[in-house]
Ligand binder design. Structure first.
Ligand code: SF4
Length: 284
């Protein structure tokens, strides 16, 4: 059959996800109790797979008190300074898999707040990455998620402000919020800390879905970057399928003769992408 199957060049694990995944994978070999501070990735297959190998997810610091000592891995989202310090003093071996791009934000926030700036984080206040970032400020921080909140924010005339963004925040929305803030304060330092991993995946998915007759997006239903990829693809290609693993599509895909495109969220492991790709090549 004359069918073209194209996989987005940057589909799947981003740099930070890959680091976190490998940190746990390598730690399992050590034969000591392994914990992750929160689920290592936003992907239930991976978390479950690791759990079956004895890795335990710890959701709160207090849980550690009753657990045998071992290694605890901080995930790519990072943690607040208070949590970081508590973990270091807990008697557990700590592996910090905070993504270096997130670490950079922690450093900016710590330095600028120490030098007297008020911190504004543009992002989702409930996202663990944002909670962690706020926790590196010496004097608290305001989280702004949308233009309405930016409009309402009240600046103190005698203060300096430093604005950073959640790494996965939408670039255009960030720009919009920054423009609103800059209109009302001169003393504002803006650091665009958005990571390109998300936007690159979105741009590629958009281009591919425009050419595809059928599009497959692989990712966990709880992963916001995967959902976003699905929305982008669906807008361009009516036959877009959002799946978590190969079994979701086996025997269910319509026969098509045109291009089949595949992309995957930043927390989707390579082996699932490969399985889907090989199935689609041979069976659609
Ligand atoms: Fe790091 Fe970017 Fe991946 Fe977040 S999306 S973990 S900042 S590489």
């Amino acid at each position: 059959m004359n069918r073209e199957v194209v996989l987005c060049e940057n589909a799947g694990f981003c740099f930070g996800a890959d680091r976190g995944f490998n940190a746990v994978k390598n730690a399992i070999e050590e034969g000591i109790p392994i914990y992750t501070y929160g689920p290592i990735l936003n992907n239930s297959f991976i978390v479950k797979g690791f759990e079956e190998k004895g890795v335990r997810v710890v959701n709160d610091f207090s849980e550690l008190a009753n657990l045998p000592k071992g290694k605890i891995i901080i995930r790519s989202h990072g943690v607040s300074k208070a949590e970081f310090d508590k973990l270091q003093e807990s008697g557990f071996e700590v592996f910090d898999a905070t993504c270096p791009f997130v670490k950079r934000i922690h450093r900016i926030v710590a330095k600028e707040s120490e030098e007297g700036s008020e911190i504004i984080v543009v992002g989702n206040p409930k996202h663990p990455e944002v909670c962690g970032i706020v926790g590196w400020s010496h004097n608290g921080a305001t989280v702004i998620e949308n233009s309405e909140e930016a409009d309402k924010f009240s600046f103190a005339p005698d203060k300096k402000y430093c604005v950073v963004s959640q790494t996965t925040f939408n670039r255009n929305k960030f720009q919009e919020i920054v423009e609103l803030l800059e209109k009302r304060s001169y003393n504002i330092l803006v650091m665009n800390t958005i990571c390109d991993a998300t936007s690159i995946r979105q741009t590629e998915a958009e281009a591919l879905s425009k050419r595809a007759e059928l599009m497959i997006v692989i990712g966990d239903k709880a992963s916001s970057n995967s959902k976003k990829l699905y929305e982008i693809c669906k807008a361009n290609c009516d036959q877009t399928y959002f799946i978590q693993e190969l079994s979701d599509i086996v025997g269910r895909l319509p026969k098509v003769s045109g291009l089949v495109g595949i992309t995957a969220g930043a927390s989707t492991p390579k082996y699932i992408i490969e399985e889907v790709q090989s199935y689609v090549r041979n069976d659609v």
